[in-house]
Design a protein around this ligand. Sequence first.
Ligand code: ZN
Length: 396
Amino acid sequence: MELESGPTSINVESVRRFMSCNGWREYLCVGCGKVFFSKQTLKPYARVCGWHKCDKGEYPFRTYSKRKKMLTLKQINEKITEYFRLKGFGTGTPMNIANFEGRTDLVVAGVQMFDDIIHRNQEIRDNKVFVAQPCVRTQFQQLVDSREGTSTSFVNVCTEKMGAEFSEHLQSLDHWCTVLSGLGLHMNDFVIVMRTSLNDWGTGKFSALELFLSYGGLELGDAAYLLIPQTNRPAIAISDIGFGLERIAWAINKTDSYFDTLMPLTAMGAREMFDLCRTVALLVLCGVQAANKGPGLQFRRFAKLLSEKYYGTDLDSILAYYFDYWAQFIKPSINRDGAVQLVRLEVERFINLKVCEALNLPPPRNETTEAYLDRLVYTCNINIYELRKAIQTCKT
Ligand SMILES: [Zn+2]
């Protein structure tokens, strides 16, 4: 592995010392060649880092012995929050999902709490905080159905410290190992992969030293030490350690599918549909409105997929379920019924437009498909059966 000279290589040595002191052995992955650490003595052929391209991507953790009683996501979050509170971390308030400061329209990670400092030269805040930050990563949308462990929205539970020394960063990592062990995820079943990556968040290139924590084949999160370049002041060091709360819950409960904890227990249906509902529920809860750019465009894209593939399913009750889910983390800026209605209007807007186009009808207003068809049938005297047939063809 090639590593740069300078601060990063010093930090790599610190990592090696830290890992070795804590009983981890260092290996090279036979698949990708990256350095990784394990507490076990691995046979040469078994030296794989756990990344899905290096092992078979089978999530062997599901076969590990299970807890007697499953834990809810809420219970897990409370245990982690309480642990960090006792260790002197402030509890941060999560950001609204719509992001106007950084490089993305939507918040993709907890570290974006520093976007105002990084991008607008605000004063450095150097208190250490823990935050449970809802995030959206739209790039994985097409993989939701086919790849386990994937969702477009999740809660990034993370500790953040601006101006951290590298030793503080390792101390925070040690806290995470303790809290995960306390939740029943034993360090013996982890591998930690070390990687340096080159990034640019808009203020110049920088390299980051990252440690990825995988539990029995499932990547739970990573610890990154960043040095963000600044134009008018020295680069800012950030310790950014974040995990997917839903993934932690899956690792703890060891259900067959990741989605077993992400959808209502009574529900059946396509994962993709539940995932789309989860994400749009988060967007509307945060006050995002449909638009042709920015966060509103993301909402529109997701609503369009729902209309094309899942119109006719009872989305309202599923949306209400996810509204309550996100309300555990972010204070809603709209009430539940209002949020569900907003999604419904946007989903059905696409149906209305297609019906209108197919039969060359008077244009829809901002109304549900039921209201539009009601108007067409009883006021404009359009044939019910032709309308129903047109709706069928709206689905792709
Ligand atoms: Zn590998």
